[in-house]
Design a protein around this ligand. Sequence first.
Ligand SMILES: Nc1ncnc2c1ncn2[C@@H]1O[C@H](COP(=O)(O)OP(=O)(O)OP(=O)(O)O)[C@@H](O)[C@H]1O
Length: 301
Amino acid sequence: MTQILKVHNLSKKFGNKQVLDHVSFTILRGKVVGLVGPNGAGKSTIMKAILGLYPSFSGQVVFDGRSVKAHDQSVFRKVGFLIEKPAIYPFLTGLQHFQLYSSNKADIQEVIDELHMNHYINRKATHYSLGMKQKLGIALAIINQPELVILDEPMNGLDPQSNRDLRHLIMKRAKKGTTFIVSSHILSELAKIVDDVILINDGKVVLATAISELRQADNHDYILQTRNNIEAKEILVNNGYQAEIRNGQISVTLSASQGIVELLPFLINHGIAITNIYHCQTDIESILVKMLDESKSEVRA
Ligand SMILES: Nc1ncnc2c1ncn2[C@@H]1O[C@H](COP(=O)(O)OP(=O)(O)OP(=O)(O)O)[C@@H](O)[C@H]1O
């Protein structure tokens, strides 16, 4: 898989405030990448720098092999985006927006169908609800077959069905090779679609990894139920296991050198009667929330 975007040592100040501090990451073609982080972390600033929207920044942004210069919006030809509010003219209908922005008429109807916009597409945008406007903004970012689509908080104002439509649309296009950078605070929705995640806090990259790596890293927790939990926990702790009693059960976190294959005979050899054991797989949303919390407390410390 080839690289479509490289951000290297990107730094940005507003006045004296350092908003981005040597941000570096790379994105591969066809990936859906989640940009997550607390309010004010710098996500939108990164997105705008990629689009060449600032008069100045330091560091390097390379899109599709070409360096993006400050105030150089030539990337717009290959990048679709929705940042902050959708750019909508209230007295044009949805369809007129497509006619205005689209260079390829063929894919207009497809995106209208995919986002279920047919019943209001001929109404003037001034009469649209928040979610309708948001969907029009997403649709406008998707048309013209961009190579990269940048969506800042696209789930804002969307109902559950529209969220599902958006997920399908992103996954379908990513399969065909379109790359997506999506920021959202709705981690449960984001977790359903992203391949990679970049965690930003206080203008720095805290973590950039594949979701599959996160799942693996979080793969070592087991819940144990025994005839005598207190005694079992003591034996585990005294023999180098990380174990604690939670909600009347023993929670065991294995280290990289400890395997479940060794844990089970160990318990049996110590006469511990196991009544139940299961692998505790945390969902990605919880992992991301935990990481965000950890990164926030690191900054506070
Ligand atoms: N034009 C600007 N002038 C001055 N400060 C700005 C400007 N744009 C952003 N900032 C500041 O830069 C920091 C990062 O803002 P940014 O919008 O990138 O955060 P974010 O991670 O997208 O936050 P949110 O999740 O709330 O959208 C914030 O402290 C914000 O106040």
